[in-house]
Ligand binder design. Structure first.
Ligand SMILES: [Zn+2]
Length: 213
C-alpha cells in the first residue's frame, strides 16, 4: 500500500488559524518545532496536493497541543475541522452532490447515516485507518480504532508524564458537526465519548439523532 499523505489544504487551514488566533510569532515557533520551516514564508496552497505523511500530521497536532495547551488547542482544532469539512466538500462536489439531491427526500436519520458512511469512507481514504459506523436508537457512533489525531498527543503525554485528562480529538468532532448541520439543516450534538488518549480501545464520536435545541 502506498504511503498516505495529508491533503495540503488541511495544513493551510491550520497554519492560517494559528497565525490568526495565536499570532505570527506562534506560527513561526510551531513550524520550527514541527520541522516544517519550508512553509515559513510561503504558506501551502489551499488544494489537495499531497503534503506530509500521517505520522508527521500526528506530530504536528501534538506540537500544537504542546505549545498552546489543551485549552488553547481546542478552539483551534474545532475551527480548523469545520473549515476543512466545508472546504473538502467544495472540492468534491460530485461525492456529496448525488447525496445532496437525494438527501432532501429522505428522513433526517437516513440522511445522517448516508453522510456519516461517506465520512468513514473519506477518512479511510485520507488516513488509511479503519473507520466504522454503529447505530443505536438515539444516536450514531463513528468509531476509529486507530486515530491519527491523538496518537502522538498520547505518546507525548506518556513521555512527559503529563496525562491527558479530556478527549483531544476535536478535529473529527468539528468535521462531523459541520457535515450534520449541512446534511440536515439543523445542529446535532457531536461528542467524543471515548478517546484512545484516555485509555479507550477506540476513539468514539457520538452523534445525536435528535436536533440540538
Ligand atoms: Zn483519537
Amino acid at each position: 500500500m502506498d504511503e498516505k499523505r495529508i491533503p495540503t489544504l488541511i495544513l493551510r487551514i491550520l497554519f492560517n488559524l494559528v497565525d490568526e488566533m495565536m499570532g505570527h510569532h506562534s506560527l513561526v515557533m510551531l513550524l520550527r518545532q514541527a520541522g516544517l520551516e519550508q512553509y515559513n514564508n510561503a504558506l501551502p496552497p489551499l488544494d489537495e496536493s499531497p503534503s506530509i505523511t500521517v505520522p508527521e500530521y500526528s506530530c504536528l497536532l501534538a506540537h500544537i497541543y504542546e505549545i498552546f495547551g489543551a485549552r488553547g488547542a481546542k478552539p483551534l482544532f474545532l475551527r480548523g475541522g469545520r473549515i476543512a469539512a466545508a472546504e473538502l466538500r467544495k472540492h468534491h462536489p460530485t461525492r456529496f452532490a448525488v447525496a445532496g439531491t437525494a438527501l432532501k427526500l429522505l428522513p433526517t436519520t437516513k440522511r445522517m447515516q448516508i453522510v456519516l458512511e461517506q465520512l468513514c469512507k473519506e477518512g479511510e481514504e485520507i488516513y488509511g485507518t479503519p473507520h466504522h459506523l454503529e447505530e443505536k436508537d438515539s444516536y450514531f457512533d463513528l468509531v476509529m480504532t486507530s486515530c491519527p489525531y491523538c496518537a502522538e498527543i498520547m505518546r507525548q503525554a506518556v513521555a512527559t508524564g503529563r496525562p491527558v485528562i479530556r478527549p483531544v480529538c476535536h478535529i473529527p468532532v468539528a468535521v462531523v458537526d459541520e457535515m450534520m448541520q449541512w446534511a440536515t439543516g439543523e445542529p446535532h450534538a457531536v461528542e467524543e465519548v471515548e478517546c484512545i488518549a484516555l485509555g479507550a480501545e477506540a476513539c468514539r464520536f457520538r452523534v445525536s439523532k435528535q436536533a440540538a435545541p
